[in-house]
Design a protein around this ligand. Structure first.
Ligand code: FES
Length: 563
């Protein structure tokens, strides 16, 4: 049934198609649908509410608004659940489950009868998981994000999760605020529904989804609790019905060109390092590779334009009021591919030809007076990271960019937790802190790359040090931090060879990270190292057998590549 629509799509296999259709219609009518409703095209709505996902607290009202738009446009909405990932409620770390959610999304979109789908996500891993699944299922799809939180207040200071979570925790560790104050701050950091209030991973991915063309223009930055968020939801429902008519599929929207546009925007946002992993995984699903040399060229050509935490000062509510992604795209216009198309079938050039009513230049800087003349992120390579590492120069300390230091090595997360605050730890501010065994295979690649400054140094006023690991870092964090070192130490990357006292050289200008040990000695140290045992059963077994390294987006080997 090539032209099947609605409930006739993908009939259940009973060996008798007419019976399968009869049975499906009968069961659908048990949900109270009229015969007239059964005849309509269907828009699936992938809903992801969860009491373990505070960032999706508004899901029910978003779903209702999406359904309103779908119904008004003449189609039938069918809401279905998928896995939901709340960043801080998952052990060992949410990235492990991103691919599970992507598989769930892909398979449920493909297996259930729908002409198009609305994907509602928000928290860090949910947006990339839904985009990965949508690209692989390649059924007409549109994404709606839950939107960012509003800020709170503490003693006259604006607070937003989670850059301020980290700065206040740093003050507490350094002894400059007491237990009573940190307990008070705990209740003032995340004060509304929505995703983290800064340009962290969730906000970066929302902006990337909009830039790719997979969500409606102007919707990425609308605060979760703003009425405009519900209007966007209703319009997303209408647009999904439009997708049925146009037949536009993700494979026509997510292309090499739109991915390059997304990389440009990532650089201009001073966005999250995690977005490199996620965008690589999304691109990989349509057979597009993100080459680190190309990434660095794009970074060197693209200024940081957005003055938001953790790179600058503002919060997502300011970005929305300032003009949002549309304002950034207009500044970047000469660098963008303007013939990419979005879910409405419009080219980026057409979109950007429309006037924008106002841009707050305190938040979105003009191209010729940027926050920084070069992009927020760079890839590093060298003898310590032959397959690459990621460095967020926009959130780092320039004085540490061209430095050489003594390695202070932590073998794994447990070792780090046990010794980082040891008063006897031999460490000075000029040392490089090195964490091993925190990559995808060893630990699920947690956001542990933001190693804490040893307490005794924090109390001396040390605010930043060079820190190196195969872990990730929260998009809301900051510091001179080398992340995603690949290959990871657990599978024999040179990081595994680093010993206390070795010298390491970082050069951001040359984009290198080198272990200053003879190659033969590195090879000798790596001899006989074995990866950790693979869990015997379940998803963890699948994950360990299949997960790729960070430069391949940590996707599963059997899911990467164009369908
Ligand atoms: Fe969900 Fe930050 S915890 S976006």
């Amino acid at each position: 049934m090539a032209d099947a629509q609605g409930f006739d799509i993908g009939l259940t296999n009973y060996g008798d198609r007419d019976f399968a259709r009869f049975l499906r219609r009968s069961f659908a009518r048990s949900t109270g649908l009229s015969a007239a409703s059964l005849a309509k095209p269907i828009v699936g709505v992938a809903a992801t509410p969860s009491d373990f996902n505070n960032c999706h607290r508004t899901m029910d009202e978003l779903v209702a608004a999406v359904v309103r738009g779908i119904t008004a446009a003449g189609a039938l909405a069918r809401v279905f659940p998928t896995v939901s990932l709340g960043e801080v409620f998952l052990e060992p770390t949410s990235l492990v489950y991103r691919n599970l959610m992507a598989m769930d999304t892909e398979e449920m979109v493909r297996a259930q009868p729908m002409d198009a789908v609305v994907l509602i996500g928000g928290c860090d891993k949910t947006v990339p998981a839904q985009l990965m699944g949508a690209v692989s299922a390649d059924r007409p799809a549109i994404q709606l994000v839950t939107g960012p939180m509003m800020t709170g207040r503490h003693r006259g200071q604006r607070l937003g999760a989670c850059t301020d979570c980290r700065s206040f925790w740093g003050k507490y560790r350094a002894g400059s605020i007491d237990k009573a104050e940190i307990d008070t701050v705990e209740g003032r950091l995340a004060v509304t529904a929505g995703t983290c209030a800064v340009m962290g991973t969730a906000s970066t991915m929302a902006c990337i989804a909009e830039t790719l063309g997979m969500s409606l223009p102007g919707t990425a930055a609308i605060p979760a609790v703003h009425a405009a968020r519900l209007v966007a939801a209703e319009e997303t429902g209408r647009a999904a019905v439009g997708l049925i008519a146009s037949g536009l599929r993700p494979s026509q929207i997510v292309t090499q060109k739109s991915i390059e546009n997304a990389l440009r925007v990532l650089m201009a946002l001073g966005g999250s390092t995690n977005a490199v992993v996620h965008l690589t995984a999304i691109a990989g699903r349509c057979g597009v590779a993100i080459d680190f040399d190309r990434l660095n060229r794009i970074s060197d050509e693209t200024p940081v334009l957005v003055d938001l935490k953790p790179v600058g000062e503002g919060y997502m509510e300011d970005f929305y009021a300032a003009g949002g992604v549309g304002a950034v795209l207009r500044e970047l216009k000469p660098l963008l591919h303007l013939d990419t198309i979005d879910v409405e079938g419009r080219s980026l050039g057409e979109r950007l030809a429309e006037p924008i009513d106002w841009v707050d230049r305190n938040v979105v800087k003009p191209f010729d007076a940027p926050v920084s003349p070069v992009g927020g992120l760079v890839a590093l390579r060298g003898s310590l990271a032959p397959a690459g590492a990621i460095f967020k120069r926009a959130a780092a300390t320039p004085a540490l960019f061209e430095t050489e230091g003594r390695a202070i090595v932590f073998e794994d997360l447990a070792d780090l937790a046990a010794r980082i605050d040891d008063a006897d730890l031999d460490v000075v501010a000029e040392d490089f802190l090195v964490l091993k065994n925190a990559g995808p295979h060893a630990a699920g690649m947690p956001e542990a790359g933001y190693l804490p400054i040893p307490k005794k140094l924090a109390r001396q006023g040390v605010k930043d040090m060079v820190r190196i690991s195969d872990a990730r870092m929260s998009g809301t964090a900051f510091g001179t931090i080398v992340l995603h070192v690949a290959p990871e130490s657990a599978i024999g990357g040179p990081l595994a060879a680093v010993r206390n006292g070795d010298r390491i050289r970082l050069s951001v200008s040359a984009k290198t990270i080198d272990l200053l040990v003879e190659p033969a000695e590195i090879a000798r140290r790596l001899e006989g190292l074995a990866p950790p045992p693979i869990p015997k059963r379940g998803y963890r077994n699948l994950y360990r057998r299949s997960v790729l390294q960070a430069p391949q987006g940590c996707d599963f080997d059997f899911l990467a590549g164009a369908p």
